[in-house]
Design a binder for this molecule. Structure first.
Ligand code: ASP
Length: 441
């Protein structure tokens, strides 16, 4: 429809929603502090729930989307050798980008040395204020570390499909089943496979339509999410104490998001940065608003397929796997946070210890779930590896949420970048389709 084309592009609408959410949140905090009006409670009771509903809608379709698109994607591959080629390439590029991200983080934190500026008083007050929260994260990490070295592998293979699909945390298990099922579909006679393929094809279309519908709600959803976040945020003083730490993380993430990924896209696929950002920006804004790569996944897939031209065969495999294992932003943050804590505690980290951070932060980011705050739980493992006291987690607690929002943007952008590179390498990067409700000029 032509008149719809004149409408504002989706990413602008989401951005306006975010800004309005921030303004409403700040206004509520002000009114609460300066007048008798219980504005914060009002936001919590009447606006925040809509943000929750929006996230639930996104999560609701994540599992069906993975199942439908992966089964379709794998079965379209014709032969299994193509799958293993794509799989190996994907994993290799994922690991390489993560190691580069950790290295960028380590360089920045060693040059900027944000931990040197934190006063003794601030250190004590942060440690006291957040000791309890830190303990909760430490015990969550201990739970994960209890198992043997191959536990991660065992965890990928579900013993019951419905139980696996019953929790969004089990995405890797569902990916395993869908790939396995897709392989079966390749191996049976084509006339038997066709109706099953057609079913999943149609199923996939329906889910993608649902993503479109949910995206219509996105500007309002992010408004509610951000207003809710602002009224829950801790005081600004704590933010200030951790300003240079936060800026170091943000600088590293900015290097990744603004330079590293667009450069990779340009070099390996020839597509321009403006094309890339126009295509992926709604997913980035959503990653920021939800702090969850898993919740953002349906939108990432839609954007990458429809707006960046990646074939479903590639995106349906690369993106769900990426959402769970490829977290460049998280690994960079873990490296900066670990060294920052060491600096504040007056520890000197040897080169060996820093190298161990490269390895453990890479592994820890792979092990982090794609949900808000997961990176901080796995940070405990990085701290353990480098011999830094876990209690130091309390130091960075106050600013974790905003940094989580930022690192999730990098996580999602990294996945999209790799999907384009892999698509190009197997000749599956085409011209994107245009959406009627979106201005794709
Ligand atoms: N929130 C991040 C994500 O979902 C993970 C983390 O770093 O906490 O990508």
């Amino acid at each position: 429809m032509n008149d719809k084309k004149k409408k504002l592009a989706l990413h602008w609408k989401i951005l306006i929603g975010m800004i309005l959410g921030l303004i409403i949140g700040v206004l509520a905090v002000y009114l609460d502090g300066h007048t008798g009006i219980a504005a914060k409670q009002f936001i919590t009771d009447w606006i925040k729930p809509f943000g929750k509903i929006f996230i639930n809608m996104l999560k609701l379709i994540a599992m069906p989307l993975i199942i439908a698109s992966l089964i379709k994607g794998v079965s379209d591959l014709q032969d299994i050798s193509k799958l293993s080629k794509m799989g190996l390439r994907t994993i290799a590029i994922y690991v390489a980008t993560t190691v580069i991200a950790v290295t960028i983080g380590l360089i920045l934190v060693n040059v900027i040395r944000p931990g040197m500026g934190v006063s003794e008083a601030t250190r004590t007050s942060l440690m006291n204020a957040y000791a309890q929260d830190a303990t909760a994260r430490i015990s969550a990490a201990a739970e994960q570390a209890k198992h043997g070295p191959l536990q991660a592998l065992v965890d990928i293979v579900p013993s019951n499909f419905f139980a696996a699909a019953g929790s969004n945390r089990n995405m890797l298990q569902v990916i395993f089943f869908a790939v396995f099922f897709g392989i079966g579909l390749i191996l049976i006679p084509p006339e038997k496979a066709q109706p099953v393929k057609d079913f999943f094809d149609g199923f996939n279309e329906v889910i993608l339509k649902l993503v479109d519908l949910i995206m219509l709600m996105a500007p309002y959803g992010v408004l509610a999410l951000l207003a809710g976040l602002v009224v829950d945020a801790p005081s600004a003083e704590l933010f200030q104490a951790l300003l240079s730490y936060s800026l170091t993380v943000v600088a590293g993430l900015a290097v990744l998001i603004l330079f590293f990924y667009p450069a990779l896209v340009k070099v390996f696929t020839g597509r321009s940065p403006s094309f890339f950002f126009k295509g992926i920006s709604p997913a980035q804004l959503l990653a920021f608003s939800t702090s969850s790569s898993a919740a953002t996944l349906p939108v990432t897939m839609e954007r990458v397929e429809e707006h960046l031209g990646v074939d479903k065969e590639v995106s349906s495999f690369v993106l769900p796997v990426g959402a769970t294992v490829n977290m460049d932003g998280t690994s960079l943050y873990q490296a900066v946070a670990a060294v920052f804590i060491a600096q504040v505690m007056g520890m000197h980290l040897t080169l060996d210890a820093q190298l161990s951070i490269v390895i453990t932060a890479t592994l820890a980011s792979i092990g982090s779930a794609a949900v808000p705050g997961a990176g901080m739980v796995m940070l405990v493992i990085v701290l353990n590896g480098a011999g830094i006291p876990e209690a130091g987690l309390a130091l960075i607690f106050a600013v974790d949420r905003p940094l989580d929002m930022m690192r999730t943007i990098a996580n999602v952008t990294g996945d999209a970048t790799v999907s384009m590179i892999v698509a190009k390498s197997v000749d599956k990067l085409g011209t994107p389709k245009v959406k009627e409700w979106d201005d794709f000029a």
